[in-house]
Design a protein around this ligand. Structure first.
Ligand code: NDP
Length: 416
């Protein structure tokens, strides 16, 4: 039986909280603490009455002292950081000061530069080890389940993995011309950055959306997908021995890309503050205020997501391919927990990751990415808690998209 302090009460946190309450055998007590306490109280009112005891608190997670005070008061076994990547380090500092386990779903980012690097959090390794506590980094879907899939593939299906392609497809439609499925600021920072992939020990940089492929996703159908940099590439390139190449692709519809390009062209996706009528404004934060709240997309989103990894490597001296993926239905998620599948596919692994740590299955002092733990209990829990996975061993799956580089000049298209 464990106590979890959950920081944040947005789309992802709401799903994780529903799942902790469903899993009352492990999560005996939770405290939902966020910047806006009324959101925590609303969720508590909705979920109260079950076996898990729920309390709420107001906290500014940028403030280490406030966090330490709250942790001393509630005495959790783990802090689940489901706020924003900007708060990762202050929450880790508070966990160190109170010797409490830590987990998150996204790597630390300074507010003024979109870096997507683990270095700041990896610098905490020795201090967490000395304090005898575990920090589990990136326990969402990607990063998260994609790392668990990689560790599972290596453990059960390969002697050596040479190639990994992570394929993230959202085949859902929310009916808006433009909206983001999770926090718009984080989402737009991610997709407007240069693409990057890792090959033969080097990072190869591409222009944003430069490399496009078409893939026929099981249960979703054919979609355009684009090569992006994604944070799990950094840790997987280090943690999967013998790897020759790892890439990440995400699907985007034409309407999303056209809107994004226009917003970029007028400067609305910039994270550089500008002065407007005597006030400092970050254009991307202003844009966030104009866009639909991702939490409001739940009732309108129809269709499915399909996220998985294609591995190619060797087993017993022979070439082998292996595709493992999860398909999730937006409407089914909404029926169960009142959220669309993007929040669902992140919130469920967040609960499972916290469960792995507090039940002692994944309890080793230090700071670890998810693929550094035994994948088996996590894979089992995915099937149990709403994200069942499927496998395909057909070698043709890796040849299903051509290898040539395809440049998509949206700018020229718009100007033309
Ligand atoms: P939301 O914007 O919906 O929620 C963020 C929550 O954090 C809000 O409740 C917000 O409070 C709270 N918050 C923000 N700043 C502070 C602060 N200083 N102190 C306390 N609380 C704060 O985001 P999402 O739920 O969509 O995303 C949550 C996290 O999940 C992000 O880090 C995101 O990058 C990550 N993510 C990971 C994925 C994965 O697969 N690994 C996929 C999708 C998301 P308020 O209500 O006041 O705004």
């Amino acid at each position: 039986m464990a106590k979890a302090l959950i920081i944040g009460c947005g789309g992802v946190a709401s799903v994780a909280i529903h799942k902790c309450v469903q899993n009352s055998e492990v999560f005996e007590e939770i405290c939902i603490a966020s910047r806006t306490k009324s959101k925590c109280d609303e969720l508590k009112a909705k979920l109260d009455g079950g076996k898990t005891k729920i309390s709420t608190a107001q906290v500014d997670a940028n403030n280490v002292d406030e966090l330490v005070e709250l942790i001393h008061e509630f005495k959790p076994d783990i802090v689940m950081n489901l706020a924003l990547p900007y708060q990762d380090l202050t929450i880790m500092d508070a966990c160190l000061a109170t010797k409490t386990h830590y987990m998150d779903t996204a790597n630390y980012e300074p507010e003024d530069t979109a870096k997507f690097e683990y270095k700041w959090q990896w610098e905490y390794r020795e201090r967490f080890e000395k304090a005898g506590i575990t920090a589990l980094l990136g326990s969402g879907f990607d990063p998260g389940v994609t790392g668990v899939f990689s560790a599972y593939a290596l453990k059960h299906h390969f002697d050596e993995i040479e190639y990994i392609d992570i394929l993230d497809c959202n085949g859902g439609d929310h009916g808006y011309p433009f909206a983001t499925n999770f926090n718009p600021e984080i989402n737009i920072r991610e997709v407007s950055a240069n693409g990057r992939y890792w090959e033969k020990g080097e990072w190869i940089e591409t222009k944003p959306m430069e490399i496009k492929r078409v893939y026929d996703f099981p249960e979703v159908g054919e979609k355009d997908m684009y090569l992006l940099y994604h944070e799990e590439l950094e840790s997987l390139a280090q943690n999967i021995p013998g790897l020759k190449r790892i890439r990440f692709f995400m699907t985007f519809g034409q309407s999303y890309l056209t809107h994004l390009k226009c917003l970029e062209n007028v400067g609305l996706t910039s994270i550089e503050p500008i002065e407007y009528e005597g006030q400092q404004i970050v254009p991307l934060q202003f844009l966030k205020a104009l866009l639909p709240d991702p939490a409001s997309l739940g009732p309108r989103t129809k269709g499915k997501t399909n996220i998985g990894c294609i591995f190619k490597g060797k087993k017993d001296g022979k070439e082998k391919t292996y595709y493992v993926y999860n398909v999730c239905d937006h409407q089914e998620c909404f029926k169960e927990v009142g959220s669309q599948a993007i929040s669902y596919t992140t919130g469920v692994p967040a609960m499972i990751g916290a469960m792995m740590v507090v039940t002692g299955k994944w309890n080793k002092p230090g700071v670890y990415n998810i693929e550094e733990f035994d994948p088996d209990p996590f894979m089992e829990a995915l099937n149990k808690w709403g994200l069942p996975w499927k496998e395909d061993f057909n070698p043709e799956i890796v040849d299903a998209y051509p290898e040539e580089k395809e440049s998509k000049d949206l700018e020229a298209e718009l100007v033309g």
